[in-house]
Design a protein around this ligand. Structure first.
Ligand code: FDA
Length: 394
């Protein structure tokens, strides 16, 4: 049996960060992963440029059944700490909208930075390793049996992520370990995910595929995001939709403002006053792509001149533009979701160390926990912060 102080299962964002942190403390760390490559999700993230964190990270940017849980770890390892690490490794980056930070060149740089940190910290990593079982023996040590070896350790860290993107090797492994040790796992669902059309909507809106417009989208609970909305063959996507999907429940309508930052009534009144004879079709095309206008409104209505519309019709028009209410069929699910909502209940874990309150030496970090971030680098920041919190405690 091979003994290590710490075994981390999962060589993703959180696992590698935790491993380097623990290694620098002089702990003997082994990372095990069944994939061929470490950090596969990092490699494909942010369109290959990895949105590795955000300039402004606040607890409000995270969903967790205990909204206070994330505070301690995020305060102790901030986005500025990760930015400093990135700069120390000479990785060039840039800022996009809403404070999102991306590599200039490639996400590969983030993976190689983490692997270099692990190497400097003396961490061992074994890939292509199938975990057969995990248990705790009568001496209080964890035993991990794999297809290649039999390990024991004092601290076992589960960093196996969530269920999103099964083709990248996502698995429910972490949830099973939690349940095996009596920890509660909250129901999981796909997050940061596109919506799909009902069949009748598909017929009407599929031709709009590729159109992107600015929007403000509001979920039933009042949560709102102002970002781009994208029409696709399968449904609605774009940053605004991915964000709102985290706050959506099946069957609920979402409300889409297609004129964000404008007062629809005032704009319509101006049209009425300034271009009364213009057709509604041409008038609306000043604000929205013509194909979208034609899909949203009745042909006969669009052919009428603006001054032929009665007050009630103008009111309805303003409402349709400002609060287009639509009930989508569902989401594309884990196949394309960027994150998994739900997971290991944070009430079972210490917010300072990520250790299970009732199972000493067992830690959960990253996406496997019931913590999910908004789009914009927040999920990686949680992986870094929770990884460091556990790395300082194992
Ligand atoms: P992660 O999934 O990274 O790692 C888990 C590791 O565990 C993997 O290496 C896996 O192989 C291993 N594993 C799983 N089951 C196992 C088993 N049974 N045995 C052994 N090993 C096992 N976030 C962000 O902040 N900015 C971004 O730009 C993006 N972009 C993005 C794009 C796409 C397409 C996706 C799918 C996701 C993102 N994300 C993101 C989200 C981000 O990738 C995610 O939140 C983190 O990778 C989570 O880090 P973890 O280390 O927790 O899991």
């Amino acid at each position: 049996m091979e003994h290590h102080d710490v075994i981390i299962i999962g060589a993703g964002a959180a696992g590698l960060m935790c491993a380097a942190t623990a290694g620098y403390r002089g702990r003997d760390v082994m990372v095990l992963d069944n994939a061929k490559q470490a950090g596969k999700k990092i490699l494909i993230s942010g369109g290959g440029r990895c949105n590795f964190t955000n300039q402004k990270v606040e607890p409000v940017n995270f969903l967790c059944s205990n909204s206070h849980f994330v505070k301690s770890a995020l305060a102790r390892y901030r986005s500025s700490d990760f930015i400093e690490l990135v700069e120390r490794h000479g990785i060039e980056y840039h800022e996009r909208d809403h404070g999102q930070l991306f590599c200039n060149d490639s996400a590969k740089e983030i993976v190689s930075m983490l692997l270099t940190e692990c190497e400097w910290a003396g961490v061992q990593i074994r890939l292509r390793t199938e975990i057969k079982s995990v248990s705790k023996n009568c001496d209080g040590l964890y035993e991990v049996v794999t297809d290649k070896s039999h390990y024991s350790c004092q601290s076992l860290v589960i960093a196996t992520g969530g269920l999103s993107m099964p083709k990248l090797g996502a698995s429910p492994f972490g949830y099973h370990v939690a349940e095996q040790f009596g920890l509660k796992v909250l129901p999981t669902t796909a997050g940061l995910v596109p919506f799909t059309w009902h069949s009748e909507q598909k017929q009407r809106f599929e031709p709009l595929s590729g159109i992107a417009v600015p929007s403000t989208i509001t979920a039933k609970d009042g949560t709102q995001f102002s970002e781009a909305l994208l029409f696709t063959h399968r449904g609605l996507s774009g940053p605004a939709i991915l964000q709102i999907s985290n706050y959506w429940n099946p069957g609920e309508a979402i409300s889409i403002n297609l004129l964000p930052g404008k007062d629809a009534r005032a704009e319509i009144k101006q049209l009425f006053d300034n271009s009364p004879k213009q057709s509604l079709r041409n008038a609306l095309a000043l604000w929205l792509p013509k194909r979208l206008v034609e899909a949203l409104f009745d042909e006969a209505l669009l052919n009428r001149a603006v001054n032929q519309l009665v007050h009630a019709e103008l009111e309805q028009l303003a409402l349709d533009l400002e609060a287009w209410s639509i009930v989508m069929n569902g989401t594309e699910g884990y196949r394309t979701a960027e994150v998994t909502l739900g997971g290991v209940d944070t009430d079972e874990l210490s917010s300072k160390t990520m250790e299970a309150k009732n199972v000493s030496g067992l830690f959960f970090i990253g996406e496997v926990m019931d913590v999910s971030g908004w789009l914009g680098g927040f999920n990686f920041q949680w992986a870094w912060s929770s990884g460091v919190a556990a790395g300082q405690a194992v």
